[in-house]
Design a protein around this ligand. Structure first.
Ligand code: DHB
Length: 305
């Protein structure tokens, strides 16, 4: 049997699939559902210091090759959410939870990360890349100096691994990854969604209530694979690949580009939570059929061609 257990940036996963932040992940029940569906790791919705309400709708619009959304980082705030995390762990002590947080400065990020660690998360994901919320996410996440400072503060405050989720909405994503690692991050998550919008021609106005949104799903797969390939080529660091994965072959593209694990978000909307066991089993079978004994043997293999 080929081995698909994997360790990425010090985070141990029973298989290389993880859920991406933002889909079916804002309560203990939903986090458990994703883990039972086979996810190796389950990432929470991004949580901030205070509760936030969603933007006015429409918030989510399906299109040919993906989904456009502008939720507005809705969440109940860190203190409430940590109770959901504790409840999930009480009911399933083996669940591997990764706490996603967003904040406005290094101190806020580290306070949130400390609370997530105390609640029982196995790693922290810093959402430095929400494409359309003012003052959070992409505004700090496109500045290498801000990324480094946030990572320095968080890595000196907690003991669990830290991953930085990077925005693709920049010219040079490698420099963002490099800043994260310099600041003490264990690895990077590439990519977050792509800044985008659509216009309803009959109504003659933008489709989303927030005008601007974030594009995810199959349409962004080539953008994500390219980002992972470039980051791995330059830095050979720990990478979690995400963007447009719907089957095991999509996941293998990311792994062959240099990722050790992958996240699936929009794919859950299409196939439900069984997508995790489907992708994990597909990877295992592919490794077996091709004579590989572990996933590590193919990480970054496409770089050598
Ligand atoms: C939202 C946040 C994100 O980080 C993202 O990539 C897309 C949407 C949101 O909550 O609106």
């Amino acid at each position: 049997m080929s081995e698909i257990k994997v360790e990425v940036g010090g985070l141990k996963l029973r298989n290389p699939t993880m859920s991406a932040s933002g889909i079916l992940d804002n309560s203990a029940d939903l986090l458990l559902r994703l883990f039972k569906g086979g996810a190796g790791g389950v990432v929470t919705k991004s949580v901030g210091k205070e509760p936030r309400k969603p933007y006015p709708g429409p918030n989510v619009v399906e299109m040919e090759y993906g989904v456009l959304n502008a939720m507005g980082l809705p969440n109940p705030g860190i203190d409430y959410f940590c109770e959901e995390i504790r409840e999930a762990i009480r009911r399933e002590p083996n669940i591997c939870l990764i706490g996603s947080v967003y904040g406005k400065d290094p101190k806020e990020f580290s306070e949130l990360a400390i609370k997530m660690e105390r609640a029982g998360c196995k790693a922290i994901e810093l959402n430095l890349s929400c494409p359309h919320v003012k003052g959070y996410g992409a505004e700090v996440g496109t500045d290498p100096k801000a990324i480094r400072e946030i990572c320095e503060e968080v890595s000196s405050s907690i003991a669990i691994p830290i991953f930085v989720k990077l925005t693709p909405n920049v010219t040079d994503i490698v420099s963002l990854a490099s800043a994260a690692l310099e600041g003490g991050a264990s690895g990077v998550v590439a990519i977050n969604s792509v800044r985008a919008m659509r216009i309803n021609v009959e109504l003659m106005k933008p489709v989303l209530g927030n005008v601007y949104g974030a594009y995810s799903g199959k349409g962004i797969l080539p953008i994500g694979v390219r980002a992972v390939y470039d980051i791995y080529r330059e830095l050979e660091c720990e990478i979690i690949g995400v963007g447009g994965i719907e089957n095991y072959k999509d996941a293998l593209e990311y792994i062959m580009a240099g990722a050790k694990a992958v996240q699936i978000g929009t794919g859950i909307m299409k196939k439900g939570e069984k997508i995790f066991s489907e992708v994990a089993n597909g990877i295992r079978k592919w490794l077996e059929d091709h004579g590989f004994s572990s996933i590590y043997e193919i990480v970054g293999i496409a770089q050598r061609k």
